[in-house]
Structures are given as structure tokens and as C-alpha cells.
Ligand binder design. Structure first.
Ligand SMILES: Cc1ncc(COP(=O)(O)O)c(C=O)c1O
Length: 408
């Protein structure tokens, strides 16, 4: 395993002088601290003994029931028995890898895709095959071509990893017709779909879409949800939804991993749902994030030079920017940090390290003022690269006398 590039970068961006578009962090201003304080007292007063105890590996039953109910309102048909509470959806990804992957198995992912997903699957020595995304996410025709050609070479991928709404890192969303087609293709090639869905409730425009799980008639989807982006990532409470026969395997895997997730956090999450606070809170953070998304799109329009493009997400936390082919954002990052602005390099999100001229920009963490200033600083950094290229076309890739590529 390699140290996560995002984690390494987050260390640099702890520096308060740097405007960070790098992490996938919610705005700290959006945490409901007072509500959590009150709930904390209530849980300790009314359920202290149980909340500080171990709980069942599957999770606290009343939380599982509340999650099932919430998911059913969104079009699923599940009971608490389909819900496994996990320590972040990151643990869900790890448990799926541990349960279903053998060395050399193939996992189909987006290009780009969430680095934490590929990290989880890589640790079970799976091989990633990327399908290039467009403005509507994964193209089913490209997926079918890839599966056909892998099949011809004797490889039957086990998992198809999809982040359907406001994808991390690109911000793009799979429309309903593609969701249906992808299910049909998964059926044809007998692949299990992993639907990782942390962002769908953070929709700022447009109409909500049915999850893949809810339209799957064949029980071939495992769904991951989390409180991280709509309440608090520090709580580390998330859930995996799976058909019963797959659920039993995941529970056994989790038992060996950590016995159970944080019981106290589960009681807190339950109370937050039971008191009906979550929907009001989501509306509140949507208002904050919508304004920030708009601020970043406006700043990009204003400052970014010709030859650059970016996605225009209807929700979530990220914009994906594409620069001229000759710019390597991995080489440019040092310059950007000198200019006191940070992003995540495009190659980090590609299993084959392509996407070198791309970058992920998070708009939920920085303040509105920082968004405009940071995008200006980033635009200036890009303009310097373009100027350097115009003066000396291959300068960015020239190795120095030691054969190292150090950038312009
Ligand atoms: C697509 C995706 N999956 C999973 C996670 C992990 O979330 P959690 O905090 O629930 O572990 C993230 C976090 O950024 C994410 O973007």
C-alpha cells in the first residue's frame, strides 16, 4: 500500500496560510454543535449504560431501523436486517474488499474515481480497470466494451464500483437511463455493483434520482451511505445495505475487524434521526454549500485562463478542472502551494495514473472570500505554466542533470 496522496497533502494544508481546495471536508461552520451537545446529555442520561457498552456487530437495532425507514422513504424496500452499521463508509469498502476479493480479481472503477475506494480494493491485491467518465458519469457503452474485451481474455470482473451522484472527484451524476443500462450490463456479465452514495442528499439543483439499489430487481447491488457529509465525519457512523445472503458474510467479516462500531456514536446518530433534526440540517448545509459552489463557478469563470474547462455539479462537494494537456498538475502542485493554494492532483484518482492535466477542487471547506482569492491564486499559477510552455514548449517535462523531473 502507498501513503495516500490526499493524506500527505492534507498535512501541508494544515498550514493556515494556505487556502485549501484539497480535502473533502465539510464546512466546520455547518456542524450542529449545540444539537449534538443536547443529544449527548440526553443519551448519557437516558441510555448511558447501553451507549457506553459494546453492541451487536450489526449495529444498534433502533439506529438500523431508523436508517431502513429513511432509505425506504427514498425508494428502497429494506428492513433493519439489510443494514450493517460501519465505522465510516470507508470501512464498508474495506469489508467488501475483504469479503469478496481474491488476489488478482478485477474491479471496474470510474476514471477518475474515489482514491479511498481503490485503496481499499488494492489492499486485497485486486486489479483496477478504469472506465473514462464524461459529463454524465460512466458511459454504459464503454463499460460493455470493457467487460466484453475482459471476458474475451478470460477475466470476469467481480465488482463494479460506482459513485452515482455528484461523484468524488468529478462532481458528475449518472442519469436515470444510465443507471438502468448499467444494471442490465452488470446482469449480463454477472458483476456485483458497489453503489457508494455519500453525496446524493447534497443536491442544490435538479430533481433527485432513484438509487441503483432501489431499481435493482436482482439483488446484485451493495449500497453505502454515511453521516459523514450530512452530519459529521468525526462521528464515524455509516451504513452498508446488502441483500440478506451477502449481509451475513459482511457481518462475519466485520466481527473479525472491530467487533462493532462506536456504540455511543450510534446512539447519538439515532437520536439525531429520531428527533427529526437531520432534514432541517441538510437543508441548512445545502444553502451554505450551494452558495459556495456558485462562488467557485463564478471565480473559475472570472479567473481561469482560456484552454481550461471544469464540471458544473448539481450537488456534492467537488469540481473537476481540466487544464491544457501539457500541464502536469502533479508538477504544478509545489508552485501552487508556494502561492498558498492547494488542490488534489488528477493522477491520484486514476488507477493508471492518467489524468495528469486534471485537478479536484473542493468548495465546501474554504470560506466565500477564500474561494475567490484561492481560485485567483490558482489561475495565476496556471497562467505561469502556460507562459512557460509558450516560451519553452517542453520545459515542464525536462529532466534535470540527475535525470529527475523537477518541473518548470
Ligand atoms: C465516495 C466516497 N466514499 C466514501 C468516503 C468515506 O466516507 P466516510 O467518512 O463515511 O468513511 C468518501 C469520503 O470522502 C467518499 O467521497
Amino acid at each position: 500500500m502507498k501513503a495516500s496522496e490526499i493524506r500527505e497533502l492534507l498535512k501541508v494544508t494544515q498550514n493556515k496560510e494556505i487556502i485549501s481546495f484539497a480535502g473533502g471536508l465539510p464546512s466546520p461552520k455547518a456542524f450542529p454543535i449545540e444539537d449534538i451537545r443536547n443529544i449527548c446529555n440526553k443519551v448519557l442520561t437516558e441510555d448511558g449504560e447501553a451507549a457506553l457498552q459494546y453492541c451487536a456487530t450489526e449495529g444498534v437495532t433502533k439506529l438500523r431501523e431508523a436508517i431502513a425507514q429513511r432509505m425506504n422513504v427514498k425508494g428502497m424496500d429494506v428492513t433493519y436486517k439489510n443494514i450493517l452499521v460501519t465505522t465510516g463508509s470507508q470501512q464498508g469498502l474495506d469489508l467488501i474488499g475483504k469479503t469478496f476479493l481474491n488476489t488478482g480479481d478485477t474491479v471496474i472503477v470510474g476514471a477518475p474515481t474515489y482514491l479511498g475506494g481503490t485503496n481499499a480494493f488494492n489492499s486485497y491485491r485486486a486489479k483496477m480497470e478504469g472506465i473514462k467518465l464524461d459529463d454524465d458519469g460512466m458511459n454504459p457503452d464503454l463499460l460493455a466494451d470493457k467487460l466484453r474485451s475482459l471476458n474475451l481474455h478470460g477475466s470476469n470482473p467481480k465488482l463494479l464500483y460506482i459513485i452515482p451522484s455528484f461523484q468524488n472527484p468529478s462532481g458528475v451524476t449518472l442519469p436515470a437511463n444510465r443507471r438502468k443500462k448499467i444494471l442490465d450490463i452488470a446482469h449480463e456479465y454477472d458483476v456485483l455493483i458497489i453503489e457508494d452514495n455519500p453525496y446524493s442528499e447534497l443536491r442544490y439543483d435538479g430533481t433527485p434520482l432513484d438509487s441503483i439499489y432501489s431499481i435493482d430487481k436482482e439483488n446484485r447491488t451493495i449500497y453505502l451511505g454515511t453521516f459523514s457529509k450530512v452530519l459529521s465525519p468525526g462521528l464515524r457512523i455509516a451504513w452498508t445495505i446488502a441483500p440478506r445472503e451477502l449481509m451475513n458474510k459482511l457481518i462475519i467479516t466485520k466481527q473479525a475487524s472491530d467487533l462493532c462500531s462506536n456504540t455511543f456514536g450510534q446512539y447519538m446518530a439515532y437520536e439525531y434521526l429520531a428527533q427529526g433534526l437531520i432534514d432541517t440540517h441538510i437543508e441548512k448545509i445545502k444553502t451554505i454549500y450551494r452558495e459556495k459552489r456558485d462562488a467557485m463557478l463564478t471565480a473559475l469563470d472570472k479567473h481561469f485562463p482560456e484552454g481550461t474547462t471544469w464540471t458544473k455539479p448539481e450537488g456534492g462537494m467537488f469540481i473537476w478542472a481540466t487544464l491544457p494537456e501539457y500541464i502536469d498538475t502533479g508538477l504544478m502542485i509545489e508552485k501552487a502551494i508556494e502561492n498558498k493554494v492547494a488542490y488534489v492532483i488528477g493522477a491520484a484518482f486514476h488507477a493508471d495514473r492518467s489524468g495528469k492535466n486534471c485537478m479536484r477542487l473542493n468548495y465546501t471547506y474554504a470560506s466565500l472570500d477564500q474561494i475567490d482569492l484561492g481560485i485567483k491564486k490558482l489561475a495565476d499559477t496556471i497562467k505561469d505554466e502556460i507562459k512557460a510552455h509558450e516560451q519553452k514548449p517542453d520545459s515542464q517535462y525536462k529532466p534535470d542533470e540527475n535525470g529527475l523531473i523537477t518541473g518548470v
